[in-house]
Design a protein around this ligand. Sequence first.
Ligand code: KG4
Ligand code: ZN
Length: 334
Amino acid sequence: MITLAVETSCDETALAIYSDKEGIIGEVLLSQAKVHEQFGGVVPELSAREHTKNLLPLLKVLLDRTGFDLKRVDFISFTLTPGLILSLVVGVSFAKALAYTLKKPLVPVHHLEGHIYSVFVERPIEEPFLALVVSGGHTDLYLVEGFGKYRFLGGTLDDAVGESYDKVARLMGLGYPGGPIIDRLARQGEPKYPLPRPMIDDPSLNMSFSGLKTAVRKIVEGGNYSKEDLSASFQRAVLDVLEAKLLKAVELTGVKRVAVVGGVSANSELRERFQKLTEKGIISAYIPHPRLSTDNAVMIAYAGIERFKRGITAPEDINPEPNIPLETFGRYWS
Ligand code: KG4
Ligand code: ZN
């Protein structure tokens, strides 16, 4: 079973050809980071235009590189939700055009389901497992009881972690996306600044990161600060909160296997910390390769295959949505 997957939910234009037997046949990914850098964040209209400009040339590159005959594709997988609506519209329209031309079915995928199952591209996790989704748009904890069966346990009440990385980087004038830059600077600094750990003692699994950003702003506005030390302090505070909430989720559910996914899971300190917890036997962390952590089409292909195996296809008039909750998407069209 072979699928071609289309991912355009944010600022990465990505395509992948994936087989359930052979794994990745080919993938292409074009980041728009340079386009959005001057604005300190993603500009939705520009993002949609870049997807429109680049999808077809990227498909040609993918086919040239792999020598793959598109007729071998069994169905087209695509990200339906969540994401920037204009960007999703471009990807969904492209997927529909391909499906029509090739006379193949369309399979809708939830972007977060793609992130959660990105781990499975490398090695499967026994279900049930916990999923900590940390990306630019989401910071959520789920209990995954099986493919398509997701129980929301808690999440951020305001900024997503990736979003706060990007905002803090902007405050310090570091560029976009902020996550990898802060990650690098933090390694050269010391976590010297006392920053809050919002909601860390709250008994719920909810989180909040906007207060942390405000605390960083005050230090930046005070002038004369070390970017390296402030990066290290910010990152330490974020990771303290994520670790505390994850451990609380493990305690509440009794489930120790954890998929840590989404762009922020590419963070080097996060990976080291969760690796140490795994070595101590406190959790069993599954973190995808950084290339699979940030947005990509391979994860959409993987989830698409799982959906198709369950008989899920999309009607021809399907329309993207900016935010269908993952929990309800599990039951969509099944
Ligand atoms: O999953 P993703 O590629 O896109 C969304 O679905 O949002 O996540 C993007 C986010 C950005 O906010 C980016 O700054 C963050 O992931 N990110 C990182 C790192 N690499 C990317 N955050 C912290 N450390 C990193 N190394
Ligand atoms: Zn994502």
